[in-house]
Design a protein around this ligand. Structure first.
Ligand code: GDP
Length: 458
């Protein structure tokens, strides 16, 4: 692939504000020569790639702006594959502005958001999925989001999909060729081979599509609904988990009317905790609103924690609740609160009846809380295989599902013996979605939307 060196651009690559050091990145045609004009020290234009040089940056009056370290990366061995200079200066707003101003005077332009990454993509440094992973990596604020972004950055699923797409292109070409023969009854594309190829693509697509539920949860936080009758101890549990007085704890049943949302990190996974009004049928209207909201929250839940007062509830009642929860097909845990109010013997009976699905706790002292939180992380981990790619990006998810749908139509067509023109349409559709996913097919609009979400300097 030929490297394109575009007009030089510059931006602050480190976070704005005061810091010990700041890094200004310059990339593009003649980036090294231009920086050299401002730099006093060695002649940068004669230095090798991947070297660091100490010197000063001076203005036209020869006034020293700052002492700096300059790192050189010569094309194509740089992030953007263009000539790149990274100027490490002192992290003062004034110094940064002065150096950027001097660069602009020399004909460099300020970089647009994500422009460095966009150039890296256009020069084939990585595909679109990986470029988007750069943004995710920068934004990652938990261990799980970081891990997901890093796997994608390191190649993830796009390499595999690219190879399969290439094979699919060959079949599509053969089918198009058959079309050229019009009326004649020719078959260049082996239908059985095509079928096998479609299956193998689907084997790659399906786990990725399924991983989105978890991937999205990891990125947005796992929606965890805390449900249970009034006075079960939901607010107390929430407080124990969050370690702060967010929800109002009270002895009057039904006082937690509002839905309270908070975040909790357990084992590097973000949980969005949603506390709700009790699930029992409410009689007064204000509470009825709360109960209605509980139902809505339950519909959005990825995990349900059902809390109950183990000294008040009966096994029959909890069995009924469990039957209800089972219908929702999301993981749940039955949390038997106030275990201090029952004898060990009685608790054992509960445990025997509900087995693994029940965890006894004492919310007001935090007893057994770890057992409960381990259940929560267990649900998420059960759905992620370490080192496997998890799809976290909605754009990827949409292209993956559309490809899958188009391929399903190809298979239907093959089974029904449809004509080449219909097969060709579905194949083209699948190829287009696969291509847009990895960035083999791009439009300026698409690139603009993706890269404008980056910050300047990335
Ligand atoms: P909510 O209505 O479900 O939010 O329940 P609250 O959190 O307001 O708790 C109701 C009452 O139960 C409060 O008086 C709490 O102090 C009490 N409580 C909560 N957890 C425990 C527990 O583990 N043991 C005992 N004995 N009381 C508890």
């Amino acid at each position: 692939m030929e490297i394109l060196q575009q007009e030089p651009i510059a931006a602050l690559a480190t976070a704005p504000g005061i810091g010990a050091i700041a890094v200004i990145r310059v990339s593009g045609d003649h980036a090294i020569e231009i920086t050299n004009r401002l730099f006093r020290g060695k002649d940068l234009s004669r230095q090798a790639s991947h070297t660091v040089h100490f010197g000063t940056i001076r203005d036209a009056q020869n006034t020293i702006i700052d002492e700096v370290l300059v790192s050189l990366f010569r094309s194509p061995a740089s992030f953007t594959k263009e000539d790149v200079v990274e100027i490490s200066c002192h992290g003062s707003d004034y110094v940064i502005r002065q150096i950027l101003r001097l660069l602009l005077k020399e004909g460099v332009r300020m970089a647009q958001p994500g422009e460095f990454t966009q150039r890296a993509f256009l020069n084939g440094q990585f595909d679109l999925v990986q470029a988007e992973a750069v943004a995710d990596l920068i934004a990652a604020d938990s261990e799980a989001t970081h891990r997901a972004a890093l796997t994608q950055l390191r190649g993830g699923f796009s390499k595999q999909l690219k190879a399969l797409r290439q094979q699919l292109i060959e079949f599509a070409a053969l089918i198009e060729l058959e079309l050229d023969f019009g009326e004649e009854d020719v078959e260049f594309a082996q239908r059985d081979d095509l079928r096998r190829l479609v299956w193998s693509i689907q084997r790659v697509l399906r786990p990725l599509i399924e991983s989105f539920a978890v991937g999205n949860a990891i990125k947005q936080g796992v929606a965890t609904v805390l449900a249970g009758k009034p006075n079960a101890g939901k607010s107390t549990l929430l407080n124990a988990l969050l370690n702060e007085e967010k929800a109002i704890v009270s002895d009057i049943p039904g006082t937690t009317r509002d839905v309270i949302e908070d975040e909790l990190f357990i084992d590097g996974i973000r949980f969005r905790l949603i506390d709700t009004a009790g699930l029992r049928e409410a009689t007064d209207t204000i509470e009825a609103i709360g109960v209605e909201r509980t139902r809505q929250q339950l519909d959005k839940a990825a995990i349900i924690v059902y809390l109950f007062d183990v000294a008040e509830a009966t096994p029959a009642e909890i069995s009924a609740v469990e039957a209800d929860l089972k219908q929702r097909s999301v993981p749940y845990v039955l949390v038997a609160n106030k275990m201090d109010k029952l004898s060990a013997e009685k608790l054992n009976e509960w445990q025997r009846t509900f087995g693994e699905n029940l965890v006894p706790i004492q919310a007001n002292t935090g007893k057994n809380l770890t057992e409960m939180t381990q259940r929560l992380t267990g649900f998420v981990k059960a759905n992620t295989v370490p080192g496997c790619t998890v799809v976290t990006n909605l754009r990827h998810y949409e292209h993956l599902t559309q490809t899958d749908a188009a391929l399903a139509r190809v298979l239907d067509g093959l089974d029904a013996g449809t004509t080449q023109d219909w097969l060709a349409i579905d194949l083209r559709d699948a190829l287009r979605h696969l291509g847009e996913l990895t960035g083999e097919i791009t439009t300026d609009d698409l690139l603009a939307t993706i890269f404008s979400k980056f910050c300047i300097g990335k």
